[in-house]
Ligand binder design. Sequence first.
Ligand SMILES: NC(=O)c1ccc[n+]([C@@H]2O[C@H](COP(=O)([O-])OP(=O)(O)OC[C@H]3O[C@@H](n4cnc5c(N)ncnc54)[C@H](OP(=O)(O)O)[C@@H]3O)[C@@H](O)[C@H]2O)c1
Length: 141
Amino acid sequence: MAERKWLITGISSGFGKEIAAQALAAGDIVFGTARNMKKLDGLKAEYPETLLTAALDVTDTESVYRVTEEAFRKLGTVDVVVSNAGYGLYGAAEEISDEEALLQIQTNLIGSIAFIRSTLPYLRSQKHGRIIQVASVAGQV
Ligand SMILES: NC(=O)c1ccc[n+]([C@@H]2O[C@H](COP(=O)([O-])OP(=O)(O)OC[C@H]3O[C@@H](n4cnc5c(N)ncnc54)[C@H](OP(=O)(O)O)[C@@H]3O)[C@@H](O)[C@H]2O)c1
């Protein structure tokens, strides 16, 4: 099977890093983002040809559109878009401040919506591709 091309947010740790590492190990091409580019040094050294990266904070909508444009320009087409950047905020309601709650909503919800929306024109025009949104079963519970 020909290699697939992935665009993944938040590949510096956790699920994002694991998805990127497995795709790269399978011979696929990954365009991955992180806020702290230093954390990508290990993967970059291992896959200098097939891992492309860009700095991205998904709460900065302008940057989201700029990085998505860069990814599709460099890759040509993207087969799998993975909206993964985000984090858990754990605690009882009275232990979490409005600022903490808002930042998580800005990151996990608004950031994901902006990122997916930014990819849609490219996916529509190439007429193929899948979107994977990493979420939590806790939402359903
Ligand atoms: N682990 C779980 O049990 C669990 C359960 C349910 C859902 N999830 C979801 O799975 C996703 C990944 O979580 P994880 O557990 O793998 O967490 P993680 O190890 O903390 O990784 C989170 C990734 O998201 C990035 N990120 C965080 N805030 C960002 C922002 N504002 N802009 C851009 N990137 C940002 C981090 O990059 P930096 O290095 O730049 O911080 C990192 O690469 C999240 O959406 C989370 O809500 C996780």
